[in-house]
Ligand binder design. Structure first.
Ligand SMILES: [Zn+2]
Length: 337
């Protein structure tokens, strides 16, 4: 199967799909909305599985025409990969001393002891959330890597980083920048088993037709003790509840599954992973963009202003953080033994 070949030729077709978690077709409508990001025609529906509560877009794009949901305007597949910059200065020092990165000599244990609180603060900055603990031989696979920005950053930081993505233009851009990118998907790709120390999915799991099948295909690729890192928009976040169909994280019809904290954890566990760690991630831009979408619906000058106010977005995102209801959360999981 090569969805990517059909990108330009086929128009989007929709079909009813069962729940990815429990297989039930019984569902209740939750909300509907247009494609606000790329402007594809039509209206799309989100439903909740009546058996298990998982939210999904239904009907959703067929696997054969899924590529049509990503027109050329879809920004993550465009642009060029900037030449990778290795971490510098204090960030590099913190990564070497507290995250096991191979790019320098660790400091003495006394220095590390006293600098620990400061380094923890530095590494908690959401800009650095992608610098996960270095492990094993540093073999990293980024699933749904797009043009490979993250792959490039991690390769520069010392990982043996590879990416996998279906979209030919994105893969070509990544390869042009000298990155190892597989043009394929999971399940489907033949990649080495018992090989990777870390597999990452940044905004990828909500895009695949069956998150369960993707996670199950990833599991054997990891070495024993290897880790999985997942970030996706969470539909039980404060902003998702507040903005409902105008929430930026909804991204219909490209987001096929709409996870909450509970349903994401459940999906990971069902695929053979045990969640070890979670971290809330503030996304002020989600708040601004959601107000922009809301302003399109209401025509309100206040909503337009809130769409531009960075202070208001920061305030909102800090409130979400205090409530543990941020737009995104990093889940780190290991294979269950
Ligand atoms: Zn279900």
């Amino acid at each position: 199967m090569n969805v990517a070949n059909n990108i330009s030729e086929s128009a989007l077709q929709l079909r009813d799909v069962p729940c990815d978690y429990c297989g039930s077709r019984e569902a209740d409508p939750v909300m509907r909305g247009p494609d606000r990001f790329c402007g594809l025609p039509g209206e799309f529906h989100v439903v909740a599985c009546r058996q298990c509560g998982l939210l999904r877009t239904n009907p959703q794009p067929t696997v054969e025409t899924l590529g049509a949901a990503y027109p050329n305007a879809y920004s993550p597949h465009r642009a060029e990969v900037a030449p990778p910059q290795p971490p510098q200065g204090l960030l590099r020092w913190a990564l070497v001393n507290y995250r096991g990165y191979p790019s320098g000599e660790p400091a003495s244990s006394v220095v590390r002891f006293f600098a620990r609180p400061w380094a923890a603060l530095k590494l908690r900055n959401r800009k650095y959330v992608g610098y996960l603990d270095y492990a094993g031989d540093g073999r990293l696979l980024d699933f749904g890597c797009g043009i490979g920005r993250y792959v490039a950053r991690m390769a520069a930081a010392g990982w043996k980083a590879e990416g996998i993505d279906l979209v030919p233009e994105a893969v070509a851009a990544g390869r042009k920048a000298g990155l190892i990118i597989h043009q394929d998907t999971l399940p489907g790709a033949s990649l080495p088993t018992d090989y990777y120390d870390l597999v990452t999915l940044w905004h990828a799991l909500e895009h695949v037709p069956s998150p369960k099948a993707t996670l199950e295909a990833i599991r054997p690729l990891l070495r024993p003790g290897g880790r999985l890192a997942v970030v996706c928009p969470l539909s039980d976040s404060l902003a998702a509840r507040w903005f409902a169909a105008a929430w930026y994280g909804l991204d219909l019809p490209r987001h096929l599954t709409h996870f909450t904290r509970a349903t994401l954890r459940r999906h990971l566990e069902a695929a053979g992973f045990a969640v070890e760690q979670t971290q809330c991630i503030r996304r002020p831009t989600f708040v601004n963009r959601s107000y922009e979408y809301l302003a399109q619906d209401t025509g309100s000058a206040l909503h337009r202003w809130l769409g531009r106010s960075h202070a208001a977005a920061r305030l909102f995102s800090h409130l979400a953080l205090a409530l543990h209801r941020t737009d995104e959360m990093l889940f780190i999981a290991r294979q269950k033994m």
